[in-house]
Design a protein around this ligand. Sequence first.
Ligand code: NAD
Ligand code: ZN
Length: 391
Amino acid sequence: MKALTWHGTNDVRVDTHPDPVIEEPGDIVIKVTATAICGSDLHIFDGFVPQMKSGDILGHEFMGEVVETGADVKKFRPGDRVVVPFVIACGHCWFCQHQLWSACDNTNPDGEKLDKLHGHHGAGLFGYSHLYGGYAGGQAEYVRVPHADHGPVKINGGGLRDEQVLFLSDIFPTGWMAAENANIQKGDTVAIWGCGPVGQMTIRSAWMMGAGRVIAIDRLPERLSLAESMGPAEVINFAEQDVYDSLQEMTDGRGPDSCIDAVGLEAHGTGSFDSIVDKAKAAMMLTTDRVHVFRQAIHCVRKGGNISVPGVYVGWPDKIPLGAFVGKGLTIKTGQTHVQRYLAPLLKKIEDGEIDPSFIITHRAKLEDAPEMYKTFRDKHDGCIKVVMTP
Ligand code: NAD
Ligand code: ZN
């Protein structure tokens, strides 16, 4: 089969690999019908995620048709149409039983490496390095999906197109959990950094949860316009306006009730001292994370407010304003999304017409075009917001 393969930083190619087969009785194999590129894939493409190996197949946002099932699989049979969550979970451990799916204890064979780094390890993830199990990803013609009875959601009937349900695999639940983690109360003012696919889903989710005002921050005009078209959100262009001053002015000096960092470790600086230091250290390989947005969110949020971080960080960054954090009495929530928790309720919202997540797609391509599409999406060329590929 053909699959998008990592060879090194900035070097991905469509190569031929053996077709996946059933390895465990809980596995299914699916024929991929649609797959997307995620901002998290860019962290791999740009060389920030350690423990990648040449030959790894990328991709964790995908859906398709079941072609084979293992002997123990109860929920699926060949021909079923499924969306696969990016988190692989056993369904039985303490964490799965407590709906903390991305913390599953049993699906990450590389767990020991993460235990040393983080104290404990999380679940295995598709296409996300040999810190997360080295599972082959879904930017491919076929994928093996382990623990199938505790992952994919079946899409019944032909009423919904792939593009409408594909993002259940990651970014719709991620935006939803980001908004949930921000503890939004009716009428709250919510500021969201980053108007990429995750930021856009977070904006929509914040409105659905009853936010009174949503303020979206980015510098790319097409992403700010899309944010503005929803709600409408108010927008701040961080390349032209001072974010702290603008937010305080917009909230009469109090600050937003919740601040959400939907940017993560590749944040662009704004010429501030901290962002220059981050950039220099990242260039010298002294740090992996540029933490400017996280610091700014802490600085801007109101006293007693909430910080939610769906953006991915991987390392041990410094200059975290812990003093402000304690002094202002803030709450922070973050994490890899517990995708399985949200599949059924969010599918229902799509079925009921409350949201059509395909609104973010700007580019449609074939799998062969994936290397080019990685560059287009990474460089934000051609108005690119989200790429969907069909094998
Ligand atoms: P993306 O690269 O398309 O979007 C990031 C956006 O942030 C861009 O529009 C960029 O212009 C903007 N940005 C950069 N610096 C900024 C700054 N200083 N202030 C405001 N905006 C700034 O990526 P995406 O697909 O939207 O993903 C966003 C983040 O979410 C990534 O870190 C990704 O890894 C993470 N993510 C996390 C999970 C999870 O489970 N927690 C799941 C999916 C994605
Ligand atoms: Zn993703």
